[in-house]
Design a protein around this ligand. Structure first.
Ligand code: SF4
Length: 410
């Protein structure tokens, strides 16, 4: 399988016809954020291109079509075999790319299924664009809907032509795989509005609706110094959000799932916790090491490791494990930690800094980076099968336990 990713650049909010009111990139740039440190950094240097620029999506703007075309050409020359999928991605919104139709027509000449990984659709003003996309081989699109009420899109997404955007979504759903997405702003697009939006999407043949919990504090995942996104706006607790997902999914034949919790169809994240046979096939925990993780994942990981004979899991205040930074480590009660500590694979922490923070009480601790992922969140699981999610979890937990056994005290 040869997949081609076409990066069009662009800056969130700035190359999106203005910020959506809930955008996690709003208010960034108020403070200079030093590099976080991450899994791509060299061992002795904190800061690489990814954790200095990439995570903040600090592009300079959309790339000119000529530059995009040149890199597509270079990529084609370096791949072997037929291209099976082309994905358009970038920091800005593809629907706002100034030469979008030319780009799509150019990619259509490659005769491979086209995929748009993310668009708000607010750059589309003319419903005719839907047929151009279909004729150009678009096979799958993730489309932010927010609400089927055009007025709500106009106000909260700053979509100047919400009727046209929704007509395009509707036409695309007749022909190709459309996955809708909505950040849920409590009091705005939850409750009856959400029920109506799901009904509207379902009737149009949309394949699934991913709901994302609105975050408004650093603990909830805003790591770019930009909290709050909307001052004083209410936020659902994780349990309230999960309950909302359960309730909406139970009345919909379309797949409805949420991030950070949950995919009710698969029981994920951490679906393996309800599979005793699979749990019994994981390696046994023989070593002693502390697994440091986010507050949402901690009880799940603890329960799974306990079924394998371990269970030394400590939660930091940050809810999402992948968004843990060095600051989150500073508030950990060090006396609770073993001499070997495993931090989430994707956390934004440089290992040597983690070691010095977690050894500040005079006990020299070794810090290791864990597997890239232990489960699939709703955005990942939306296009997967339950077996695929379980396979991902078996692989992640097997790697984690091997790491504990290899480096933990026996
Ligand atoms: S379209 Fe996406 S990236 Fe752009 S402002 Fe809205 S939420 Fe942010």
């Amino acid at each position: 399988m040869v997949q081609l990713t076409v990066d069009i650049g662009g800056r969130p909010g700035l190359d999106c016809r203005g910020f959506c009111s809930y955008c996690y990139f709003r208010h960034t740039g108020k403070h200079e954020i030093p590099p976080f440190g991450c899994r791509y950094c060299l061992p002795f240097i904190k800061g690489c291109d990814y954790c200095s620029r990439g995570v903040k999506e600090e592009y300079s703007g959309f790339k000119p079509l000529r530059e995009v075309a040149d890199s597509v050409l270079a990529d084609i020359q370096s791949v072997r075999g037929d291209i099976t999928r082309i994905t358009i991605s970038g920091g800005g919104d593809p629907s706002c790319y100034p030469e979008f139709i030319d780009l799509v027509e150019l990619l259509a000449t490659l005769e491979a299924p086209l995929h748009i990984g993310y668009t708000s659709g607010k750059g589309f003003d003319d419903p005719a664009i839907a047929d151009i996309l279909i004729d150009s081989g678009l096979s799958e699109i993730s489309f932010t809907v927010f609400a089927s009420d055009p007025e709500l899109r106009r106000v909260y997404m700053h979509d100047p032509t919400p009727e046209a955007s929704l007509t395009i979504l509707e036409r695309l759903a007749e022909e190709i795989d459309v996955y809708a997405a909505s950040v849920i702003l409590p009091g705005v697009n939850d409750g009856a509005v959400l029920e109506e939006t799901c009904r509207w999407l379902e009737e149009r043949g949309v394949k699934g609706h991913i709901l994302m919990r609105f975050a408004n504090t650093t603990e909830q995942g805003l790591i770019l110094g930009n909290a709050p996104i909307i001052p004083d706006h209410p936020v659902q607790t994780v349990d309230e959000f999960a309950e909302m997902i359960r309730s909406v999914a139970s009345t919909s034949s379309m797949k409805v799932s949420g991030t950070p919790l949950l995919d009710p169809e698969f029981g994920s994240p951490f679906a393996i916790r309800n599979e005793p046979d699979l749990l019994s096939r994981l390696p046994r925990v023989l070593g002693s090491a502390t697994v440091l993780t986010g507050s949402i994942a901690a009880p799940y990981i603890r329960a799974i490791l306990q079924s394998c004979g371990g269970g030394d899991v400590v939660a930091v205040d940050k809810e999402i494990a992948c968004l843990i930074t060095a600051e989150d480590l500073r508030t950990v009660e060090l006396s609770c930690l073993a001499d070997t500590v495993i931090i989430p694979g994707r956390s934004f922490v440089h290992l040597s800094e983690a070691e010095s923070i977690l050894s500040a009480d005079g006990t020299a601790r070794r810090v290791l980076r864990g597997p890239e992922c232990l489960t699939a969140d709703a955005e990942t699981s939306m296009g997967m099968t339950r077996a695929g999610v379980l396979e991902m979890e078996i692989s992640g937990f097997s790697d984690l336990i091997r790491l504990i056994n290899l480096y933990g005290d026996v």
